[in-house]
Design a protein around this ligand. Sequence first.
Ligand SMILES: C[S@@+](CC[C@H](N)C(=O)[O-])C[C@H]1O[C@@H](n2cnc3c(N)ncnc32)[C@H](O)[C@@H]1O
Length: 308
Amino acid sequence: MRIGRGGLRPDAVARRPPRTVIVPPIGVQSVEQPGIPPEGEVVLGSDLLGALAPITIRYGPGVYPLTDASRVTLRAVAAAGRLHGRGVDWGCGTGCLAIAAARHTAVRQVIGLDVVTANVLTARENVALNGMNERVAIVHADSYDPLDDGARPLLESLHGQVDFVVANPPASPADDGFSFRRRVVRDAARFVRDGTVFLVQISAQYGRERIHSLEAELPGLRYEGCAASTPWVAFDQTRPDLRYLLRAYAAHEDRGGAAYAFGDPRDPNAAQIDARAALAIYCEVGASPLSRWQVHEFRWRPPQAGGS
Ligand SMILES: C[S@@+](CC[C@H](N)C(=O)[O-])C[C@H]1O[C@@H](n2cnc3c(N)ncnc32)[C@H](O)[C@@H]1O
């Protein structure tokens, strides 16, 4: 099956909020998403990847499919011509980001890490399918810790040697949604070297305060700016995972957590609204709030050299 580049559907139909909240499994983002077949083959072309194209990605049931978040991260990786040396793809899923990053001529090696066995096996198949076995290795791991002892020497060889980290992490359902992003940078402490680049998928609704808060997770980390963004898109409340997250965000604000930042679906040019207001509007008129799929860039410098 070949799937074209899909856009998000407009969310024009008014809907009442569901009574049942569907909770995605802890630590692993829901793989069942409306409009995305549970298995298939996607050929990523030059419209997304420029000179890195083509890349063919196959996936089966239970494997994280390519989503809009995957695509904006692929776009950021493709545009990051400065990537070089050795890198890590945290939460590699199908392996799409690892394969794309390894297509940059100055990149020597990418290690893709994933905690789900089905993703690890699929990513390995995709690496072979795209002729990238020489440059990409896929490791079963919880964050940067290998779950397969045979991969330990490879991960240890990366200590202080990682030139870049790319990550499209899942939302963490048990808290403010942001814990996996914190882990991506915090757990990287023993791997970074002077100048390590982080390209992390962080959608706009998380808000500037949370994005900047990642600097505190890894001393020496500095925010560099937004590397890729979509225009406003619906934070689609017909998607079970996003429906769950909007309610979790509102509950987090109720407990005094930092506010989220959504676009107002009634007027995208109006001031941004928090999750509680976004949920209230959805309940009232059935319009999903707006966000932007984005990738943000950080760079690590040794704290003494960076003056912090
Ligand atoms: C949003 S998906 C992204 C997949 C792929 N990189 C992409 O962009 O399409 C997040 C991935 O993180 C993986 N993951 C979740 N928790 C993890 C952990 N603790 N360590 C490593 N990978 C993890 C999931 O299995 C999933 O494949």
